[in-house]
Design a protein around this ligand. Structure first.
Ligand SMILES: O=P(O)(O)OC[C@H]1O[C@H](O[C@H]2O[C@H](CO)[C@@H](O)[C@H](O)[C@H]2O)[C@H](O)[C@@H](O)[C@@H]1O
Length: 299
């Protein structure tokens, strides 16, 4: 089966702009196209989606890695392209826009920020504080980080990233033979610190504090802080690519208000209603959104 028209066009576009470090996509087009029937492309459905948006207050929520920046082998070189940065800025001028990331807030540089999977939130003009602050002391428990580094030092390719309120243990560059040893070390550390919990994402294990707080809570919190909660004329649009984004997708699904868009080049079990193939499609979608707003204002 050939590439769908739009994706083929984007693949050409990609070949010039894709970084050589970017993860290679292995799409099985037959299953992807049948999955698309349940989670249609937000580009193909753009007009239909926006027909329900007229007169509503749109709020945009964006994940960072895999959504605004392609997945690359080294988290330190996961950048937004200049084009993406500029379109995110443009969208930010049209709608309240937030970035909700697993990274710590200091590594993000846009608009509203929610770092550490939403556990650390900051708005441009005011600091937003999550009421439950007792977890902070545990979240910054450096002993975990120290033990992790000591125990995994012999495993080639492990990268431990301090995200302030959570620790990311990257294994993208670890060989398959070493994976079970790494897992054993991580589990042994969690046994010593049972109040922390383990989650996982794209080739990453994440050690989080014992707080019932995730990207879904962050989405609700931001809507509240923006004065947009509890109103039927608000339309949140959330775009994300990883397991941690599912909490926000699920919230939107249960509220039956707004659009949840998963970024994936493979069929995935998801709460998201719509999909985009990759970061290039995310960029196009954001461009469409900004243009749509301008056309509504002009009419
Ligand atoms: O919520 P996000 O903004 O998507 O953050 C989730 C994690 O993203 C980063 O790791 C992922 O992207 C890296 C760069 O492309 C990639 O090398 C890694 O394998 C992915 O898991 C980030 O480094 C983590 O701290 C975030 O928790």
């Amino acid at each position: 089966m050939g590439l769908p028209k739009l994706v083929a066009k984007l693949s050409n576009l990609n070949s010039t702009s894709r970084s050589k470090f970017e993860e290679e996509k292995k799409t099985d087009w037959q299953s992807y196209n049948s999955w698309l029937k349940k989670h249609p492309s937000a580009l193909d459905r753009f007009q239909k989606m926006m027909s329900k948006a007229e007169g509503k207050k749109i709020a945009v929520f964006l994940d960072y890695d895999g959504t605004l920046s392609p997945i690359v082998s080294d988290p330190e070189i996961a950048y937004m392209t200049d084009e993406m940065r500029s379109v995110v800025h443009e969208v930010g001028c049209c709608f309240p826009t937030s970035i909700i990331s697993g990274r710590s807030r200091d590594k993000l540089d846009n608009i509203y920020y929610a770092g550490s999977h939403g556990m650390d939130i900051m708005a441009p003009s005011q600091a937003l504080r999550i009421k439950d602050s007792k977890y902070h002391s545990k979240a910054v428990d450096r002993r975990i980080q120290k033990s992790l580094k000591e125990r995994t030092t012999a495993i080639e390719g492990v990268k431990i990233e301090d995200n302030k309120f959570c620790l990311s243990v990257h294994f993208r560059n670890v060989s398959d033979e070493d994976l079970s040893t790494l897992e054993e070390h991580v589990n042994s550390i969690l046994e010593e610190h049972p109040y922390f919990r383990l989650t996982s994402g794209k080739k990453v294990l994440e050690i989080r504090p014992p707080v019932n707080w995730d990207k879904g809570h962050a989405l609700e919190y931001l809507l509240n802080s923006l004065g947009l909660a509890g109103s039927s004329d608000v339309l949140p649009i959330y775009i994300g690519d990883d397991v941690s984004d599912e909490d926000a997708f699920e919230l939107i699904h249960h509220k039956r208000q707004g659009y949840s868009i998963i970024v994936t080049s493979e069929p995935r079990e998801t709460w998201a209603s719509h999909s985009l193939y990759d970061t290039t499609e995310v960029m196009l979608f954001l461009e469409y959104l900004a243009k749509w707003k301008k056309s509504v204002l002009a009419s």
